[in-house]
Design a protein around this ligand. Structure first.
Ligand SMILES: [Zn+2]
Length: 261
């Protein structure tokens, strides 16, 4: 019998029959992996607490034979992220992170950089002030795209090579994944105008640690412009919308009406 042992983040879970659950983990050693947690729907189950998103666990998994499902054998919580689970807005953001990882990756393609990024982002998400949460999300998106090889090309016009500093008005091509100059933008129907400050912010987020990023104060208008660009670029790359975006949006509105520290 082959065993998988790894640290994991619980991305999501769903019911399987009356007693079991399917749990989707993002693991350091094996990438995204789907397993059956037997009996996890029962209140007294040894797995009930451990397999709730976004727990950070150490697991032992029985590897499936001949195309069956992997089975969870042991599961120990390293860190439960209670602070995220207890706050609706933070929890909504964690669901968004999990959906991004889930949608961007095929099963069993390990990437330790991405695992580290997810764990660090969740630790920040639990602790930083609410005002910094959206910047944290943008930082995660930009770093994720870079790690997966879809980072936006930001130093020159991606079409003609004109240097960024010599371009009067900047645009982002969603299809080509980079900057466009004034001359090249007209032929690209799927492009957005972008301010120089937003391009500066994108470069900053790309090259700065999460911890340092969330200590900065950022102009809200620039953040909003960046969010719109990344949302459109991610939708294009994923060929679909993010389901949890609506949950995030509703939670943000609720937080504004009834702020919880
Ligand atoms: Zn150009």
């Amino acid at each position: 019998m082959r065993l998988y042992k790894s640290e994991v983040i619980v991305l999501r879970d769903y019911d399987l029959g009356e007693q079991d659950k399917i749990v989707v983990f993002y693991s350091r050693r094996y990438g995204k992996i789907k397993v059956v947690a037997k009996g996890a729907r029962r209140i007294k189950s040894r797995f009930a607490a451990q397999v709730q998103p976004p727990s950070y666990d150490s697991v032992v998994i029985h590897k499936a034979t001949r195309g069956g499902l992997h089975t969870l054998s042991e599961c120990k919580i390293n860190y439960p992220f209670i602070g995220i689970r207890k706050n609706l807005l933070r929890f909504a953001y964690s669901c968004y992170l999990a959906e991004l990882i889930d949608k961007c990756l095929e099963e069993e393609q390990p990437n330790s950089h991405l695992f580290e990024l997810l764990v660090k982002t969740l630790y920040c998400l639990e602790k930083i002030p609410k005002q910094k949460l959206s910047l944290l999300m943008r930082s995660f998106e930009i770093k994720l795209l870079k790690i997966l090889g879809y980072g936006l090309y930001l130093s020159r016009c991606i079409n003609c090579g004109k240097e960024k500093g010599k371009i009067q008005s900047l645009f982002v091509s969603i299809k080509s994944g980079g900057l466009l100059c004034d001359d090249c933008q007209e032929e690209d129907k799927n492009r957005l105008e972008v301010s120089k400050k937003t391009v500066l912010l994108m470069n900053y987020l790309l090259h700065t640690s999460l911890k340092k990023t969330v200590q900065q104060n950022c102009d809200k208008a620039i953040e909003v412009e960046l969010e719109a660009i990344l949302k459109r670029y991610l939708s294009y790359q994923l060929s679909r919308e993010m389901i949890t975006s609506r949950f995030v949006c509703t939670s943000e509105k609720l937080e504004l009406k009834h702020p919880i520290i």
